[in-house]
Design a protein around this ligand. Structure first.
Ligand code: MLC
Ligand code: AMP
Length: 498
């Protein structure tokens, strides 16, 4: 196998060739099989060309074997992987295909119906994953590390989601810092239960496992019972999830009988590490999980644009309510409004610098420039440092909501909802919620007969991802506004006080 010049994660797989890499619905596959399959996918994408030269390839597959083979195939052909979300309606898929200007669209056969139409309407080449996996191998190009590898769409404080472009070198930095900090080895075996259109699933779980020559078991979607069964088997060594997933696991534990609970506990005890992130882990949840599993969840902090930046330690004190210390190779600072570092104990804006920080927002040079100050990436999160440990205090913008670990933009949801004939003005706010962290809530000034919430949700479901749908509704004569006529979101939030 000639892997010189292959992207770093691919080149490493040669050394692990005989080992198991993926266990998914489609079967069990070795690293050698992944190299073989991704080589075929790359050849299909190239279709006679020498190099995709950074062409974007949007692909839609449930978490599993096809997903991984296609992602690696895109990388090996010199393309930029644009993972699409299984849960998204056609409108959101089309937005990403168009915004990323994807040249090729690949779909798993189960999900091809909607995507084929999107590809045809927009004049993109369409390919079924199965066809790509069956192609004849061809010579593959060398791929320099500084070339873009991945575009992940993320909601921000303005308009529609932006594509976050990371290079192969960025991904390597994001992965290696975690592999070192969390002690990943080829002996590890993890279970992936997260969606594969965001960094938590892609980088922290999938790429770290494959970088390490470890085994990644994959569920096509999170299911508490199946997750527990995998843990009970005693074969997993580490697990990563968002707080909402741990909450579901706790609920399933509480419902289990004594015999099963004993197996659940035993399975947890055989694991070496359990990690939580993407949203604040309530201290009570950390404590309840410790009672059940014997593990103090390792909480860490990250963002699509930077990978992971802060982490509680593998060895040493894991402080509840804190996101820990800077990861190796990641520079962090907390600054005031003028960008001057503030002393420990003083809250300020968290900024990040280092090789893991993304390359650019796709075709948005102004947004890219605005997101940096003196070479530091401005996260928009407010933090305070206490004895070297970072604690998050909130976000700069009230318009960013974290629900179930997904970041959503209030402004984006409002923009879409304003297209409803009965909605005049509206305001979306995130309200604290035990299950979801925050819940998306909507206040409306109606211009006609406003349908009840389920009907409004059904309308919005055609246009927005399920996690962006409003979960609570208030009809108001007029939204609370300040003297300038601007809607005051904290006052809107009070409408939902229980
Ligand atoms: C779904 N539902 C919600 C909801 N999402 N209700 C309120 N708020 C939400 N956010 C409702 C559905 O409508 C449905 O209701 C019911 O819950 C079950 O829906 P589902 O689609 O089956 O949800 P489920 O699969 O159970 O989703 C829960 C989850 C998911 C926790 C598995 O939210 C998830 O995968 N979260 C992980 C997100 C993630 O990976 N984030 C990382 C981003 S990267 P009904 O009535 O229709 O039955 C990042 C950087 C970093 O943040 O630091 O990691
Ligand atoms: P995303 O833009 O989807 O990558 O989400 C990144 C955001 O998730 C960060 O800016 C934080 O606001 C939030 N986040 C990630 N990890 C944590 C954590 N451990 N605690 C609180 N918030 C977190």
């Amino acid at each position: 196998m000639a892997l010189s010049g292959a992207p770093p994660i691919v080149a490493r797989a040669e050394a692990a060739a005989g080992r198991t890499c993926i266990v998914a619905d489609e079967g069990t596959f070795s690293y050698a099989e992944l190299l073989e399959a991704s080589g075929r996918v790359a050849a299909a994408l190239l279709d006679g060309r020498a190099d995709l030269e950074g062409a974007r390839v949007a692909f839609l597959a449930p978490p599993g074997w096809d997903y991984v083979a296609v992602q690696w195939g895109v990388w090996r052909a010199g393309g930029v992987a644009v993972p699409l979300a299984v849960s998204h309606p056609e409108a959101e898929l089309e937005y990403v295909v168009r915004d990323a200007d994807a040249e090729i669209v690949v779909a798993h056969p189960d999900l091809a119906a909607a995507l084929r139409g999107v590809a045809e309407r927009n004049g993109r080449r369409f390919l079924l994953a199965g066809e790509a996996l069956a192609a004849e191998p061809a010579p593959l190009p060398g791929v320099d590390e500084e070339r873009p590898a991945l575009i992940i769409y993320t909601s921000g404080t303005t308009g529609r989601p932006k594509g976050v472009v990371s290079t192969h070198a960025n991904l390597r930095a994001q992965v290696t810092t975690l592999v070192d900090a969390w002690g990943w080895t080829a002996e590890d075996r993890t279970l992936l239960v997260l969606p594969l259109h965001h960094v938590h699933g892609i980088v922290n779980v999938l790429c770290c496992a494959l970088w390490s020559g470890a085994v990644c078991e994959i569920l096509p979607r999170f299911d508490a019972d199946e997750t527990w069964r995998a843990i009970e088997s005693g074969r997993l060594t580490l697990f990563m999830a968002v707080p909402t997933v741990y909450r579901r696991l706790i609920a399933a534990y509480d419902e289990a009988d004594d015999e099963r609970r004993a197996r659940m506990v035993a399975g947890c005890r055989r694991m070496r590490l359990m990690v939580s992130g993407s949203a604040a882990l309530p201290v009570q949840m950390l404590e309840r999980w410790r009672e059940i599993s014997g593990h103090t969840l390792l909480e860490r902090y990250g963002m699509t644009e930077i990978g992971m930046a802060l982490s509680n330690p593998l060895e040493g004190e894991r402080r509840p309510g804190s996101v820990g210390l800077p990861l190796p190779g990641v520079e962090t600072r907390v600054v005031d409004d003028e960008g001057r570092p503030v002393p420990p104990g003083t809250p300020g804006d968290l900024e990040i610098r280092g090789p893991s920080v993304f390359h650019q927002y796709w075709r948005r040079p102004e947004a890219t420039a605005e997101s940096f100050r003196d070479g530091w990436f401005r996260t928009g999160d407010v933090a305070v440092v206490e004895d070297g440990y970072y604690r998050l205090l909130g976000r700069r913008s009230v318009d960013i909501i974290k629900t179930g670990g997904f970041k959503v933009s209030a402004l984006e949801i409002e923009e879409v909802l304003r297209e409803h004939p009965a909605i005049g003005e509206c305001a979306v706010v995130g309200i604290d919620d035990e299950e979801w962290g925050e819940r998306v809530c909507l206040a409306v000034e109606a211009t006609g007969d406003l349908p009840p919430l389920p009907e409004l949700q059904a309308w919005a479901r055609q246009r927005l991802a399920p996690y962006k749908l409003p979960r609570d509704l208030r009809l108001v004569d007029s939204l609370p506004r300040n003297a300038m006529g601007k809607v005051v979101k904290p006052e809107v939030a009070k409408l939902f006080a229980r």
